[in-house]
Design a protein around this ligand. Sequence first.
Ligand code: ATP
Length: 571
Amino acid sequence: MQFSRLASYLNSLEETSSRNAITEILATLFAEAEADEIGKLCYLLQGRVCPLYEAIEFGVAEKFIFRAIASAYATDPDEVANQFKKLGDIGKAAETLHSGRASDMHVSEVFVRLYDLATTGGVGSQERKIGQLADVLKRVNAMSSRYIVRIPLDKLRLGFSEMTILDSLSWMLAGNKSLRPRLEEVYNVRPDIGFIAETVKREGIKGLSHVRARVGSPVLSQLSQRLPTADEMIEKMGTVAVEPKYDGVRVELHFKRGKWVRTFSRNLEDTTAMFPELSEVGKEIHADEVILDGEAVGLDPATGKTVSFQETTTRKRKHNIELFSKSVPLKFFIFDILYKNGEDLLEVPLSERRKILEATVKPGTLLAVTPQMVTDSAQKLRQYHDDQLKKGLEGAMVKKWDSPYEPGRRGFSWVKFKEEEGKTGKLTDTIDAVVMGYYAGEGKRTSFGIGALLVGVRTGEQFVTVTKIGTGVSDDLWKELKKKLHAIHTREMPSAYTKVNKALIPDVWVSPQVVVELAGDDLTKSPNHGAGYAVRFPRLVKIRTDKTPAQVTTVKELTQMFDNQMNHTKK
Ligand code: ATP
């Protein structure tokens, strides 16, 4: 496919906001694409040259693009900057300055050039890269230049996610969305949209039957459900393994002996740079290739006790990593094994995986196998959970003993057991919510310019309010929040927000980016909040830097929590 053809598809996509129409346009594009280019198309549609989990970034500044455009269209960078200022969009600036000469390049060729741009480094690479991009811009038509320059600056943003691409692949194959669940199931094991597209284009949906977990490619993390009491857990799950629930950072560890070790977060980010000490992990692993699932927790060297999530995640500030890894050494509590020496273990029951895990991980300074107890007694389960709380942990994780590993699923094979409902009158679980806006401070907080937050939960792709929070926030945290939120304030209410009651309109709207965890006494039905529920006595627990807005609590989950709460009060 020529790039000009792709550009006209991109143009239609840009002008469409209806999800269904977008799905159908993409399906037509995919039907028209050749098998050896559809994968590349999928990456380009996300403004990338590789799967999302690969840490390949362009890392170029606006000035770089100005110079490439100037060089391609025989003008100077200041003129490009002027056009950019006038039009407010780098793509339109390139299109306007385009020389008008019509020519074209193949999509695959543009892809290779962009890939080189993202991966070339070293001395003098900047000049070479500008030359490379300019050369591409000279050889494509005006509309193509609009899209090509947006990609390295991460400005393509067509407004749909990989889930929409999966829908479109289903449309291409079946003329409807019926294959989406199957495509998503495979995506959860191999979240590489280009690979999936190419496989189904070549072999149809049956081609996916031989897709397995592979070391180096993250598997989506299994997540947990909630149940109100130990009795209900045993009733629903039968025999369970129960483990401490650590308050750290989820780490999926991929190891290939003699080659590399890589880690991924539950959001599929490559987090390898956060854990330099893992270069030594081979000593504690008895396998040549392995994928392990676990939680990294900071250990206070003085007391040997685990430190909080906030301290553990301080590591995210990259420059401090070396220093921090000495003052707060990490322990990786491994609770699962997903793959070993070429064999995908996802379908193997937990009871068997645990044996394989114990034979594979030889605990040392870095790794520990998470302790566990296997039981079918609600009383023992409750006792185990209470013991964890006494040790200062969050609670327990309860896992169905004969269940397979379920990538990306929040099902009843894993249940988190925090506080038993009814015992303390508190919500069984905290709520993760997105900050939608904030109110100027009152009293002492006037000087901070922030005194309360308006937060919301998710319903489909939109957010609805669930509470205001003004307590549980230290002065330092208010200052941090103000800085974070001010940077993302918006003039209008973001279009992803819906059903916001007039009385709740905040002083400042912010775009949905910051996730906070909040605790409360209980949920009440509420006509004031779009969620239909309100949180009684809400307080902020922490900022969740490890979660994206797509991962906040949903209205459906709130309904479940509310029902759990009601069932319990009735008993
Ligand atoms: P929370 O907000 O309570 O941390 P969550 O909603 O972020 O929970 P869940 O799927 O509900 O995520 O809880 C599982 C999380 O708990 C995992 O992602 C992992 O980071 C953490 N965890 C700690 N200990 C364990 C364990 N033993 N087994 C599994 N997950 C554990």
